[in-house]
Design a protein around this ligand. Structure first.
Ligand code: ZN
Length: 160
C-alpha cells in the first residue's frame, strides 16, 4: 500500500484523498489560453487563495480550451485543476447547472442520485466537507467561473 502523505493543511486519506493530492501535485490545464472568451479571477484573503480562469468557446458555444491557475492552499489548487478537467466540451448552460449542483453538494445538501452522478470526477472533493472552512477554497474556482460567465453574457448582450 502506498502511503498517502499529508498535504500541508488538510489531512485526507483514502482514494478521495489520493485524487485530490494528485491534482494538487500535478495541476492540469495550466497553459494560458490565447484569445480567451471568458476570463475571471477570484481571491480569498482568508488563506491567500487566488484563482485565474480562461475559457475559449468553439462555434457551437462549447468550451474548447481552458486554463486554470491557482495559488494558495492545497485545496484551491486541487479544486481548480479538477474543475478544468470537467468543463471541457460543456456549454455555458451546462456549466451553470453543474456549478449549482456542485455548490449544493459541497454545502451538504442531499441531492438525488442522478444529480450526484453528473458531478463525476468532482466527487472526491466531497471529502473536504469534513473541513467546513475549506469548503470556501473548493468553491472559489466555481465562483470565478460563474462570474466569468455572467460577465461574458453581459458583454455579448451589450454587443447585441
Ligand atoms: Zn484555501
Amino acid at each position: 500500500m502506498p502511503q498517502v502523505p499529508d498535504i500541508p493543511d488538510v489531512p485526507l486519506e483514502g482514494l478521495y484523498g489520493e485524487v485530490i493530492i494528485d491534482h494538487y501535485r500535478n495541476p492540469r490545464h495550466r497553459s494560458p489560453v490565447p484569445d480567451a472568451d471568458i476570463e475571471a479571477e477570484e481571491f480569498n484573503p482568508f488563506c491567500g487563495d487566488a484563482v485565474a480562469l480562461q475559457l475559449k468557446l468553439d462555434a457551437t458555444g462549447r468550451v474548447a480550451q481552458v486554463a486554470s491557475h491557482a495559488q494558495g492552499c492545497s485545496i484551491i489548487q486541487a479544486s481548480a485543476s479538477m474543475m478544468a478537467e470537467v468543463v471541457e466540451g460543456k456549454t455555458l448552460d451546462e456549466l451553470g447547472r453543474l456549478a449549482q449542483t456542485f455548490r449544493e453538494m459541497m454545502q451538504g445538501k442531499a441531492l438525488p442520485e442522478d444529480e450526484l452522478a453528473q458531478l463525476g470526477q468532482l466527487e472526491p472533493l466531497r471529502a473536504v466537507r469534513r473541513y467546513p472552512v475549506r469548503v470556501k477554497c473548493v468553491l472559489l474556482p466555481w465562483t470565478a467561473l460563474e462570474e466569468g460567465m455572467q460577465d461574458f453574457r453581459g458583454r455579448r448582450g451589450a454587443e447585441g
